[in-house]
Design a protein around this ligand. Structure first.
Ligand code: HPA
Length: 278
């Protein structure tokens, strides 16, 4: 068996032994949604370190977990803490948690993150619905022998972000009177932030926001046939657009400041997505 698939199946068997819950929607909690679990009717939790073979961070305090519960009536699995490529994992390990959520039963993947704004019409604290992405600065998670059990060798990427879900997100933001920008997310490896010249490059390539996650996850999920949507919290403008040096603290502070609104938007989006699945 393909070793990547074998590892995934081991994690899945471990999940099956420990958790009896079938999610419809998988949600990745980026910066700003870290404590979203408080808004969920939690049914069960599973620490990443309790899943045999799961890629867990060696950095103290960086442990993560899956949270299973309900947002409204919608059964969800949330990832509190994601795996980043810059931590040193193989790209196949970075997307293993996403693949596992599909195996758990989730058909919809809701991605969230914090990112740097490239589009000069954006401001720190804005939300941007991801309409498309540029992932070429990180290896494709599909490199290597194709895992036929998961998807086809050459998957189409015309509509990575599902058009019907995008319309639900737009309508939901309007319903709540929360401004929602739209644009292309570009993933770089990190962990360093971009230089001003790199920010200009990303702008010229067609990016509206830049970050260190998400796009590779969306590729793996699309390969498996999931319906995907995503919202990025623009935590800062890209380096060089403003003169101020960028710190992780600034990113975190902005994300924390807009967190209540971000949570409200995500919650109502999930409820509306749930209605559309019934
Ligand atoms: N660049 C890359 N990743 C980020 C940024 C940024 O400016 N802000 C938050 N995540």
């Amino acid at each position: 068996m393909n070793p990547i698939y074998e590892k995934l199946m081991k994690c899945y068997e471990c999940f099956q032994q420990k958790i009896h819950f079938t999610p419809q929607v998988a949600l990745i909690l980026g910066s700003g949604l870290g404590d979203y679990a408080r808004d969920i009717q939690v049914e069960a939790e599973l620490d990443y370190r309790d899943i045999d073979g799961f890629p867990v961070s060696t950095v103290p305090g960086h442990q993560g977990k899956y949270i299973f519960g309900y947002v409204g009536n919608v059964p969800v699995v949330c990832m509190q803490g994601r795996v980043h490529y810059y931590e040193g994992y193989e790209i196949s390990d970075v997307v293993l948690p996403i693949r596992l959520m599909k195996l758990m039963g989730a058909q919809v993947l809701f991605l969230t993150n914090a990112s740097g704004g490239l589009n000069t019409n954006f401001h720190a604290g804005d939300f941007m619905m991801i309409t498309d992405q540029i992932a070429n600065f990180v290896p494709s998670p599909l490199i290597g022998p194709n895992i036929e059990e998961l998807g086809v060798r050459f998957p189409d990427m015309s509509h990575i972000y599902d058009q019907a879900l995008q319309q639900i997100l737009r309508n939901t933001a309007r319903q709540l009177a929360i401004p929602l920008q739209e644009g292309v997310y570009i993933q770089l490896t990190g962990p360093n932030y971009e230089s001003p010249a790199e920010v200009r490059m990303c702008q010229r390539l067609g990016g509206d926001a830049v970050g260190m996650s998400t796009a590779c996850e969306a590729i793996a999920a699309n390969h498996m046939g999931m319906q995907i949507c995503g919202i990025s919290c623009i935590s800062n403008m890209g380096c060089g657009i403003t003169d101020k040096p960028l710190t992780h603290q600034e990113v975190q502070e902005t994300a924390d400041r807009v967190a209540p609104l971000f949570k409200k938007l995500v919650t109502q989006c999930i409820i509306n997505i749930g209605d559309s699945l019934d």
